[in-house]
Design a protein around this ligand. Structure first.
Ligand code: C2E
Ligand code: MG
Ligand code: MG
Ligand code: MG
Length: 282
């Protein structure tokens, strides 16, 4: 209701706009306290081998349980955290959780543990000059094996951040893997993207299970695997929801996938149970 009825004029003193601004400010303030108040937690979504159906890794996804509003999705609160800078603190915490979890699984399950835990890193984190040192500190402190951790960054975060390439190189030098997330949703050319220092491409779910997946998306998915193979990059198909989609990916030559078909994001204990079962059955 910010727009005047019938016309194109905007009202500066629209009470609705005021309220929206107030709410945004309140959310930002509450988010800055959320970690301290134990309202932030993480879930794990399996990344599976399409040929065996077993989980070879997990993506760690952040959640905010708001005391009054309930669960607030990351698509809502991550942009707020990005804008205010709270993402730096949240990101540090999430990476530490990933390291602690990885070290714990390695210790308890050895080679039966998932090979990798993936953590999302936002543009603002990547732009932080202290980012690489923070990662190194957390690795040291937790004793996690860097080879068992993966950082997920988006094309926009990488291309908009001046020192991103140097930082990604530094992370890889520490032994971490780097994945390019939501591949295909940006506007860069394929050749530019395949030049980035990344180990894994995560093909965006819009190509896999979105509306476009039946037509243009299917063509992208089918052809992309040839490029990634030639460039020595792993491909993970995101957002796999049906077994028909999984079949299509498998016959196109994909080995790795993630999506509701294989498992929703779940608490660590549930994820653990799934690979413990797989271990027992083997
Ligand atoms: P993302 O990194 O691309 O994560 C994948 C998203 O797709 C997750 O949404 C996941 O729940 C969802 N998804 C997985 N399988 C399917 C499927 O089969 N169908 C559909 N429709 N969706 C599926 P989620 O958990 O809501 O996270 C949304 C985004 O928020 C993430 O997208 C990521 O960009 C951001 N995010 C989440 N956790 C963190 C974090 O710890 N740090 C940062 N910086 N960003 C995060
Ligand atoms: Mg991701
Ligand atoms: Mg993604
Ligand atoms: Mg995303």
């Amino acid at each position: 209701a910010a727009k005047a009825a019938g016309g194109n004029q905007w009202h500066w003193f629209d009470p609705g706009m005021d309220r929206a601004a107030d709410e945004a400010a309140r959310m930002a303030a509450e988010l800055s306290q959320a970690l301290l108040r134990d309202q932030i937690f993480v879930l794990f979504q399996p990344i599976v081998d399409l040929n065996t159906g077993t989980a070879v890794g997990a993506e760690m996804l952040m959640r905010w349980r708001h005391p009054e509003q309930g669960l607030i999705p990351p698509d809502v609160f991550i942009p707020v955290a990005e804008r205010t800078g709270t993402i730096i603190e949240l990101g540090r915490w999430v990476f530490e959780q990933a390291c602690l979890r990885s070290a714990d699984w390695d210790r308890r399950f050895g080679t039966a543990a998932p090979e990798k835990i993936s953590v999302n890193v936002s543009a603002r984190q990547l732009a932080d000059p202290a980012f690489v040192a923070t990662v190194r500190d957390i690795l040291d402190r937790t004793g996690a094996d860097p080879a068992h951790l993966m950082i997920e960054v988006t094309e926009t975060a990488v291309l908009d951040t001046g020192d991103a390439l140097t930082r990604l190189d530094a992370l890889r030098a520490l032994g971490l893997r780097v994945a390019l997330d939501d591949f295909g949703t940006g506007h860069s050319s394929l050749s530019l993207l395949l030049d980035l220092p990344v180990d894994v491409l995560k093909v965006d779910k819009s190509f896999v299970s979105g509306e476009a997946a039946e037509h243009a998306g299917a063509i992208v998915v089918r052809n992309l695997i040839g490029f990634t193979d030639d460039f020595g990059i792993d491909a993970v198909a995101e957002g796999v929801e049906t077994s028909a989609q999984a079949d299509r990916l498998r016959s196109a030559g994909y080995r790795l996938a993630q999506g509701y078909l294989f498992g929703r994001p779940m608490p660590a204990a549930d994820f653990e149970a799934s690979f413990r079962r797989a271990t027992a059955a083997a």
